[in-house]
Design a protein around this ligand. Sequence first.
Ligand SMILES: [Zn+2]
Length: 170
Amino acid sequence: MKKLYTIKNSKLHGKGLFANCNIKAETNIVEYVGEKITKAQSEKISDIQLKKSQKNKDEGQVYIFTLNNKYDINGNVNYNKARLMNHSCNSNCDTDIIDNKIWIRSYKDIKKGEELTYDYGFTFDKDDFRDHICKCGSRKCVGFIVTETDWKKLRKFLLKLAKNCLKTNE
Ligand SMILES: [Zn+2]
């Protein structure tokens, strides 16, 4: 199968994946590969990564993907090119699990040269959402890497903050 993407420097963050050709919607683009680990191993790795990230913001990113109720995939390996894909608030890809494989798939038609992005699916957490700033630059951008289903919660929280701020300035 022809490779559908190239890896280039991204304006969003670090390197990213870009469409090599026009890609039709519903196309499997790249498999999210890595080490198959149990949920217990997965928790351990997340804890270690969390501690690392508290020391150094650029390290300690977690690349764990849920595969099923028993196993996860740890994609923090060089051969997993999908780990370079950036998040966007206006993404063009999503993920799909087919026969125990995680695929990044286009959910709309993508033009050659466009950056491939997906929603990282981070849930809104009032204590750590600030650690994940979004610079996707899309018109829909909410400023933080938070999954679209949690945007309501995020907006509500930010609004409350803004109101408290006004009060203390009065
Ligand atoms: Zn954004």
